[in-house]
Ligand binder design. Structure first.
Ligand SMILES: [Zn+2]
Length: 116
């Protein structure tokens, strides 16, 4: 590609112009070194490196608010926490805990409905 500053030809992989030092690929370099996976916000938005079980538990926790799948959310949440403990590189503990808490609340409500 050509440098927008001085117009000299550069290799397509170059981050800076070899002649004048102008940054010619800021976007490509940011994704390479900015490491969006380290950002908690990005982790909230993208399921990067997150435990699949934790995601399932999170959604089950949401549905647990509708009471019926609550025991499933509780089980999935517990499984997800165990999975996350075994694989510390995975993320999603928040969702897993949410699944357990939502599942426990939903299960208690379900039992209360059944008993009364
Ligand atoms: Zn240049």
């Amino acid at each position: 590609m050509f440098c927008p500053n001085c117009g000299s030809a550069n290799d397509d992989n170059n981050f800076r112009c070899t002649k004048c030092g102008e940054v010619i690929q800021p976007a490509a370099q940011q994704t390479a070194t900015g490491d969006p996976e380290d950002s908690a916000i990005m982790r909230m938005l993208l399921p990067v490196g997150r435990s699949g079980l934790a995601i399932a538990a999170g959604y089950a926790g949401l549905f647990a608010l509708l009471v019926f799948p609550a025991p499933l959310a509780l089980v999935l949440g517990i499984l997800a926490i165990r999975d996350l403990r075994k694989h510390p590189t995975k993320h999603g503990m928040g969702r897993a805990i949410f699944g357990v808490v939502g599942g426990a609340l939903g299960t208690a409500l379900l039992l209360w409905i059944v008993v009364t």
